[in-house]
Design a protein around this ligand. Structure first.
Ligand code: AN7
Length: 358
């Protein structure tokens, strides 16, 4: 099925791609009609690179809870429901917890979420609270929270919905299907931010499956980007105290390390890093040049593309994955912009005219 905005009756990705997913007639489909997100040309970025390249943004921040996690969560929660599960748990830098809470509640389950206290963007925390999750903020980072929830899920009848849950990646692979359907072919490069490296692994699965089915003649080079202060896959180490403004990808010990390394090898890809400044520059550029507001972690894909543009072949088609919506992190937005903003003005026309410079 074609997954674009012309389809006003988009049913959600399980319905759209059920023959590609491990579901059957007994699977209750828990959906918020996720997926089917737009692939938007970002011409200002193409122009900055030159070389006749075409750059697109896969804007997955337009999913129902504002991030790509919904693609994985519709599958993980539907399968958990099928198996009679009554409670789910996850560790999260924010987006997983928001998505898990929304889908779990829709499925009438309890949702336990562990987050690093003080390091989750306010929009994401607000979502988990409103969706009715039971939120536990711990004095430790994401990696620490993940160890705890893995242990808990082993001991109690609670389903773990982090990306170690294989159904998550099954759902997330559909983004690759949509890209191939929109372009009529796989791109030459796929640029994507990496945290736990579940999403890059899922995209590769999707590209591989469509390639094997003859729906694409090539597979992209997979380029994964991490923030310099939080780049365990670039340095091939564990980072004990990851630091970055992009809190979504503030992860020092990615659980999908092996999978990701395999993707890099098979796709002849690369793992590269970008500084927080480069991330913020790309974040601002996307906002003011393209009208696309993504969260800082997502801007890492565009930041990386611009930073390493020398590596790009002429006439390449490139897709940058924008994993999350900018509204998730309003604090970052209000602190990092080049806007003209006058506050506390007298409410009279003269003051306004004066400020406008007429
Ligand atoms: C916007 O929510 O890990 O490499 O707990 O929120 O698949 O981990 C979020 C990750 C990229 C990295 N962009 O994806 C969580 C969490 C955004 C994200 C990533 C995340 P993976």
């Amino acid at each position: 099925m074609k997954s674009n905005s012309f389809n006003k009756n988009w049913p959600g990705l399980i319905q759209a791609y059920k023959e590609w997913l491990p579901v059957n007639e007994n699977t209750p489909i828990i959906t918020l009609q996720e997926g089917g997100t737009p692939l938007i040309p970002i011409t200002s970025i193409s122009h900055l690179i030159g070389k006749d390249v075409k750059v697109y943004a896969k804007y997955d921040g337009l999913n129902p809870t504002g991030s790509f996690k919904d693609r994985g969560m519709t599958m993980a929660i539907s399968k958990a429901k099928e198996n009679g599960c009554e409670a789910i748990i996850c560790a999260s830098t924010g987006n997983t917890s928001a998505s898990a809470a929304a889908y779990a509640k829709r499925a009438k389950m309890r949702a336990f979420v562990l987050i690093p206290d003080g390091f989750v963007a306010h929009g994401k925390l607000a979502q988990a609270l409103v969706y009715g999750a039971e939120v536990l903020a711990i004095k430790g980072n994401f990696d620490c929270a993940l160890n705890i929830v893995q242990e808990l899920a082993n001991q109690y009848p609670i389903t773990l919905v982090n990306s170690v849950n294989p159904f998550r990646l099954e759902g997330q692979k559909t983004a690759a299907f949509e890209i191939i359907e929109s372009l009529g072919e796989a791109p030459d490069w796929l640029c994507i931010p990496m945290g736990n490296a579940g999403n890059i692994s899922a995209y590769w699965m999707g590209f591989e499956e469509y390639f094997k089915a003859g729906k694409a003649k090539k597979r992209p080079k997979m380029i994964g980007f991490q923030a310099s202060g939080s780049a365990p896959l670039v340095s091939n180490k564990i980072i004990k105290d990851p630091k970055t403004i992009a809190t979504a990808i503030r992860i020092g010990n990615p659980v999908n390390r092996e999978k990701a390394l395999n993707v890099k090898e098979k796709s002849n890809g690369e793992f590269l890093d970008v500084t927080d400044k480069e991330i913020i520059d790309a974040y601002k550029l996307l906002g003011k040049e393209e009208g696309i507001f993504c969260e800082p972690a997502s801007a890492a894909s565009v930041a990386g593309l611009l930073k390493y543009k020398k590596k790009i072949p002429n006439k390449a088609t490139i897709v940058c994955v924008l994993t999350g919506n900018g509204l998730k992190d309003p604090d970052c937005a209000t602190k990092n912009n080049d806007a003209i903003f006058y506050s506390n003005l007298n409410p009279d026309i003269k003051t306004v005219i004066n400020k406008l410079g007429f």
